[in-house]
Design a protein around this ligand. Structure first.
Ligand SMILES: Nc1ncnc2c1ncn2[C@@H]1O[C@H](COP(=O)(O)OP(=O)(O)O)[C@@H](O)[C@H]1O
Ligand SMILES: [Mg+2]
Length: 233
């Protein structure tokens, strides 16, 4: 579904990502873990076309998308749920969801998608007319995920969905991602909460200072104490 080969990114003159290769097959969930500042957000931004590559290439769903602009990518099914949710605080919950459906022409399709998200997260139905800014952090994260899903993504990229949430809410969000995985959605999950991410992902890649220091099936990595001690503390 997505393949990065030898991707490097510099911001100004500073190298942020170095020679990153990554693959996610259809239906797979790939976790990208690493400490604060490791380059996780920059990696997603590079895939989304929000920062230019210094070198390397990105293929998505059979197409070379290296250097493609962000807005076109959502339309072909590559959807990014950014770090910090970034819902529009002054718009209602429902209006925020409709932003995710802005490319869809037929009204029936939109209603069906809304219904699907309200079933997934019933609290969003209850909050539908309220300004998104009035929601709790966890509710805003649900909204950000649902807004992304309104686009019917082929690949959903999530940047630290658990950030700033209570352990209970973080676990709830992870469970929702696990359910999406069971639905067959392909996902790239960026997390600092390594154990939680490794518990739901199929494969994982550990970033440290912009480099891949480990990659492979998630399950064995989850039991690797040294990994947690060396890279994730
Ligand atoms: N716009 C920017 N300008 C300068 N440095 C940046 C910028 N964005 C990210 N960085 C730097 O790149 C590194 C990786 O940041 P980031 O991708 O946000 O890491 P993570 O998401 O893993 O915490 C950090 O050292 C950060 O300071
Ligand atoms: Mg980040």
């Amino acid at each position: 579904m997505i393949a990065l080969d030898g991707v490097s990114v510099s911001i100004g003159r500073i190298g942020i990502l170095h020679d990153i290769s990554l693959r996610a097959a259809p239906g797979q969930m790939v976790a990208v873990i690493g400490a604060n500042g490791a380059g996780k957000t920059t990696l997603l931004r590079a895939i989304s076309g929000l920062v230019p590559l210094l070198s390397g290439s990105i293929r998505f769903d059979g197409n070379d998308i290296t250097g493609h602009a962000a807005h076109g990518l959502a339309r072909i099914g590559l959807v990014h749920v950014p770090q910090g949710r970034q819902v529009v605080p002054g718009l209602s919950v429902e209006e925020n969801l409709l932003i995710g459906a802005r490319h869809i022409a037929e009204r029936g399709g939109i209603a069906e998608r809304l219904e699907r998200e309200y079933r997934r997260f019933p609290i969003l139905r209850e909050r539908a007319p309220l300004p998104a800014g009035a929601l709790s952090g966890g509710e805003q994260q649900m909204l950000a995920i649902s807004r992304g899903l309104m686009m019917r993504p082929k690949l959903l990229m999530l940047d630290e969905p658990s950030l700033g949430l209570s352990p209970r809410m973080a676990a709830f969000i992870m469970q929702a991602l696990s359910a999406l995985r069971d639905e067959g959605l392909t996902m790239l999950l960026v997390e600092q909460m390594a154990r939680a991410a490794l518990a739901v992902a199929d494969t994982a890649l550990v970033l440290r200072r912009g480099r891949v220091v480990l990659s492979g099936p998630a399950e064995p990595l989850r039991h690797d104490r040294q990994l947690v001690a060396s890279y994730l503390s």
